[in-house]
Design a protein around this ligand. Structure first.
Ligand code: GDP
Length: 464
């Protein structure tokens, strides 16, 4: 495919010398969000647009970018973000969405910039590196486990399982188990499996807080003992018992899984994007939105050092400078609704910020579409014209669609009191899954998007 080839060539054409690299600034951007929030699509489109400097009118760094190219990343043991594969999926003759994030990956995008104005006259071109780190938001939520004992965690996890109703199988399996029994691996495995299945069920039903995160996205740790445990009701845990072994594994999960992730990846991030499928949660209903509200506060909590003892020690003063909090897939709704979606994001952000400050980090809420898969249109309905979006369905057919009105006051859907409501917005809010539109890009054009340039400006505009 043409675009992918062009980009690969540009990677090969440019090499850096180590001497120069010593003095070159590196900005590490973390991209996170729960699974299917849109991380993969976001990074792919952002990088494609930055490489081609195509559709980025709102991205205006003070220096002139004279070149943008991909380079081998500095971290040899972290998987590379498969940019070319993902872009090829989106720009194929029969375009499809790329495979989603399953674990940490990384990509280095380098810029050659020429400072303008007075500075430009005295200094030559500079090079700035952007290290983009993609990681599941589920893993971030594990931070909450760090200050918890196995008994505390079990209590919370069981209460959640009971209240959500996606854990019938696990809860009945639990009734046949006695924690004081001798540990037996097949039994432990089967209990852990049904616990993991209950988390997957809850996630599919739109719940956001489904920790431990690796039970949903195990990465290379699938099947390891540190991922083979489940919550148990309170009770004795004699030596050699199932309860004792689960407790030990829970501790191993904390020290051998959660801790290295925070140390090796999270602690090194300068700027962070948190992507949220807010429309998806609104579609799933009041309980899912209330859950999202709490989870967003938890995720954003990870950026407030001091809140968590473990994290404060790890960061020892290092701070994330900027946090962008963005609702994705805004192309699912007509632009007249975008301010309402942004207002919902702002309310979520405020909610998290009210509990404590982000230690001076600059924050911004936004609604965007990394890839615009729809076009706007109007449809007559009961004597008036409805503002719709139209896109390609999985069947290949083009369809226009009215998603319903988002509330003008975010409090209408974001108050905890609403969580008990059966449905809302008169049940008229719906969302559809569109396939990506066929890309017909001229040379130098990036994929179409909504406000991705503003996102880039907030994240790196001041650094170039
Ligand atoms: P990840 O799990 O966070 O990496 O999520 P992905 O980036 O894989 O996105 C999950 C799905 O959301 C995609 O397969 C698309 O169906 C949808 N999606 C993501 N971004 C967009 C967007 O900008 N517009 C539209 N219409 N759909 C999107």
């Amino acid at each position: 495919n043409d675009i992918a080839q062009r980009l690969t060539r540009s990677v090969e054409a440019v090499g850096d010398t180590t001497r120069e690299a010593l003095f070159e600034p590196v900005i590490r951007i973390g991209v996170t969000g729960l699974s299917r929030a849109g991380k993969t699509v976001f990074i792919t489109s952002l990088v494609a647009n930055l490489l081609d400097r195509g559709r980025m009118p709102q991205f205006g760094p003070s220096a002139a970018i004279t070149a943008a190219y991909l380079q081998p990343q500095p971290d040899d043991t972290v998987p590379r973000f498969e940019f070319e594969t993902h872009l090829a999926a989106l720009s194929a003759p029969d375009p499809h969405w790329p495979d989603s994030t399953r674990a940490v990956s990384q990509l280095r995008l380098s810029f050659r910039v020429q400072p303008t104005g007075l500075l430009g006259a005295v200094s030559g071109p500079r090079r700035v590196h952007l290290d983009i780190v993609d990681y599941p938001g589920e893993w971030l939520l594990d931070l909450a486990l760090m200050d918890k004992s196995y008994a505390d965690w079990s209590q919370d996890a069981l209460a959640r399982a009971k209240s959500r109703g996606h854990a019938q199988e696990f809860l009945s399996a639990l009734e046949t188990v006695d924690g004081t029994e001798r540990h037996d691996e097949p039994r432990a495995r089967s209990l852990a499996d049904s616990f993991a299945a209950s988390l997957v069920g809850a996630r599919e039903a739109g719940y956001s807080d489904c920790t431990p995160g690796r039970f949903l996205l195990p990465g290379e740790m699938a099947g390891s003992p540190a991922l083979t445990f489940a919550p148990l009701p309170p009770g004795e845990a004699p030596r050699g018992s199932l309860a004792r072994e689960f407790e030990r594994r829970f501790e191993a999960y904390k020290t051998k899984v959660v801790k290295p992730f925070f140390r090796d990846h999270f602690a090194r991030i300068d700027r962070q994007v948190v992507l949220v499928d807010a429309l998806g949660a609104i579609h799933a209903g009041p309980k899912a939105v209330e859950d999202l509200r709490q989870v967003m506060a938890d995720i954003l909590g990870a950026f407030r050092p001091g809140r968590n003892r473990f994290l404060s020690q790890l960061l020892s003063g290092k701070k994330v400078e900027r946090i962008l909090f963005a609702a994705t897939k805004a192309d699912h709704i007509h632009h007249t609704q975008h301010p309402k979606l942004t207002a919902i994001m702002e309310a979520l952000l405020r909610d998290a910020r009210d509990r404590a400050d982000f230690a001076g980090a600059k924050t911004q809420a936004m609604s965007l579409a990394a890839i615009r898969a729809t076009v706007e249109t109007q449809m007559p309905h009961e004597g008036r014209d409805l503002d719709c979006v139209s896109g390609r369905l999985p069947s290949g057919k083009q369809a226009a669609f009215y998603a319903g009105e988002l509330p003008s006051d975010p409090a209408h859907i974001l108050s905890p009191a609403r969580a008990g409501a059966q449905d809302w917005l008169d049940g008229d809010y719906e969302i559809m899954r569109f396939e990506p539109a066929k890309l017909t890009l001229k040379p130098g054009e990036g994929p179409p998007h909504i406000r991705l340039d503003r996102a880039a400006q907030f994240l790196i505009g001041d650094k170039l």
